[in-house]
Design a protein around this ligand. Structure first.
Ligand SMILES: O=C(O)CCC(=O)C(=O)O
Ligand SMILES: [Mn+2]
Length: 279
């Protein structure tokens, strides 16, 4: 009879195959719960001495353990307080992007819809949240549960901490398959966000316009004209959105038909666990 270890390893390999081959698509919530449960069981009983995901990352993406040597550029306007850096170089960003494309599992079904004008519609991009257990994120009538951190996401989060001193317990990931996918004007001002804490936004892939509009200048009958600020967020870049930006400025990633590549964006956030709604 097959030993318990061999059975566990076979099981682990099979899960690993699924995780890597479906390349970020189409897991249902049931699949997710099942695979999470099984991975936990397998991890807990897996024999010592077998190469772990952590070691694999250290071998394949060694730069994830090396201090960043990045220059920060301040971008300021009235109540707009941003810092920008080329956090990962092009080669590093390529490797990170391909690893994210292999392992990030996006929401499907009900979790991929939002309520607008009383109707449920598919969001115009793919989205998923990862983070500490029990954290959720509620926007446009939808509460997203955080999936458990992966080793990769934890390493990126920790590297941002090393470089900035900011600690995050949650990351929201958006995948824009091409320039038809977008995110509309909004502020990141949800109740569960820790008040006044920065949001760190890591971009991988296609260069796209990222537009800031002051709340007083949005409508046709705007109160006044505070100039729009358009940034082009580069592959591997990190944008720190600091207080009080999200109290005054809306941001968006508009449609750009000519942009043909995939863009991933990871916004690392600090949430207040007591303010998160149950999923
Ligand atoms: O894709 C981006 O750069 C930003 C995404 C964003 O604003 C959000 O998820 O709140
Ligand atoms: Mn946002």
């Amino acid at each position: 009879m097959e030993s318990k270890c061999v059975r566990k390893k076979r099981h682990y390999d099979a899960l690993d195959d699924i995780m890597h081959n479906i390349a970020g698509h189409a897991f249902s919530d049931d699949d997710f719960k099942k695979s999470k449960y099984e991975l936990e069981v397998v991890d807990a009983e897996f024999p010592k001495g077998v190469i772990s995901m952590e070691e694999t990352l250290n071998n394949e993406l060694p730069f994830l353990s090396q201090p960043r040597n990045c220059q920060w550029r301040a971008i300021n306007a009235e109540n707009l307080n941003l810092e920008y850096s080329n956090f990962y170089n092009e080669k590093e960003a390529d490797m990170l992007m391909s690893q994210c494309e292999k392992e990030i599992i996006y929401n499907v079904g009900e979790l991929a819809k939002v309520q607008m004008f009383g109707k449920w519609i598919d969001i115009p991009r793919k989205q998923v949240a990862y983070g500490d257990e029990g954290l959720t994120y509620t926007f446009s009538g939808k509460t997203l549960p955080a999936r458990p951190w992966t080793s990769l996401l934890l390493k990126i989060r920790d590297q941002i901490y090393e470089a900035t001193g900011y600690t995050f317990n949650f990351v929201l990931i958006n995948r824009y398959k091409d320039g038809n996918d977008y995110i509309g004007e909004h502020k990141d001002d949800e109740k569960e966000l820790y008040p006044g804490y920065p949001i760190a936004s890591l971009t991988l892939g296609q260069l796209r316009d990222f537009v800031f509009k002051h709340q007083d200048s949005r409508r046709i009958k705007a109160l006044r004209n505070v100039g729009t600020i358009t940034l082009q967020l580069e592959h591997g870049s990190l944008l720190l959105m600091k207080h009080p930006t999200n109290s005054y400025w809306y941001h968006s990633l508009p449609r750009r038909k000519k942009a043909i590549g995939v863009r991933l964006n990871l916004t690392f956030r600090r949430m207040e666990p007591s303010k998160c709604k149950a999923a």
